[in-house]
Write a protein that binds this ligand. Structure first.
Ligand code: 6PG
Length: 254
């Protein structure tokens, strides 16, 4: 039976450092156990603050970057140098400052003319790197996720076919606005992770956070982000205090 979410709340000032410490501990455990740490990065803008902290003088020396492999949980179907590319932001704020080797970065090919081909290729890549053959779903050590204003996560948007995809771990998503075509992990991929970590900040997300963590209705429970429920892994929400503002549980650092 999937466990209940672990909710960690930090002030906006220390939120990114709290996340960095959480990821550092996971990376140390994975490297000690398996010799490497497999992490999938989330998209959007929230992770930028975290990436800058990870690349800061205080944190960059703490990690064994040579043992960390970087994946993406979703990508917009644009070239890697496009302003909306999730890879572009990660490259600028994390990979280049930390001099991450290219063979440690597995980019979703949003630039392919055929997104379905890009999804199939990425699935094959993940299976090769993790040594996981079909039909099982590959498992990463950590998947970072964000929360959209409509309750989406990764590029799993309300009312889209990607929500029901069960045959693959990477599929083509459809956003209602902006860059419509996306590549995204499916729920099967997300729910096989050892740890899924939602990163949510700002009071603009507080109502959605409440709907997902303290649902009042079936509509709340049907939001895509509410469907992330690791089979045997951990589900953790790392909120800053504004994003946790509508939760009725005791506030404070988790
Ligand atoms: C994307 C994402 C998406 C994002 C949320 C939150 O590619 O946009 O993966 O799921 O994480 O929309 O985005 P913000 O961090 O910009 O609020």
């Amino acid at each position: 039976m999937p466990g209940t979410p672990q909710i960690l709340i930090a002030s906006s000032e220390v939120w990114a450092d709290t996340v960095a410490a959480f990821i550092h501990d996971l990376s140390e455990q994975a490297i000690q156990s398996n010799g490497r740490f497999l992490i999938a990065l989330s998209g959007g803008s929230t992770p930028k603050t975290l990436y800058r902290v990870l690349a800061s003088h205080e944190w960059k020396e703490k990690f064994d970057w040579s043992r960390i492999l970087f994946f993406f949980g979703d990508e917009r179907c644009v070239p890697p140098d496009h302003t909306d590319s999730n890879f572009r932001m990660a490259q600028a704020e994390l990979f280049l400052p930390l001099v991450i080797q290219n063979d440690h970065i597995f980019r979703m090919k949003g630039d392919y003319q055929d997104p379905t081909l890009a999804a199939r290729e990425y699935e094959a890549t993940i299976r090769t790197v993790t040594g996981c053959s079909t039909p099982a779903s590959p498992s990463l050590d950590l998947i970072l996720l964000g929360l959209g204003d409509d309750g989406h996560t990764a590029s799993l948007f309300p009312g889209t076919a990607a929500l029901n995809e069960r045959k693959t771990v990477v599929t083509v998503g459809q956003a209602p606005s902006g860059i419509r075509d996306r590549l995204t992990f499916t729920f099967d991929a997300l729910n096989r992770a050892a740890v899924v970590l939602f990163l949510v900040t700002g009071n603009g997300k507080a109502e959605r956070v409440r709907q997902i963590l303290e649902p009042h209705s079936d509509a709340d429970r049907s939001l895509p982000a509410a469907k992330v429920s690791p089979e045997s892994g951990r589900l953790v929400w790392m909120l800053d205090q504004p994003a946790a503002g509508q939760l009725t549980r005791p506030k404070g650092k988790g």
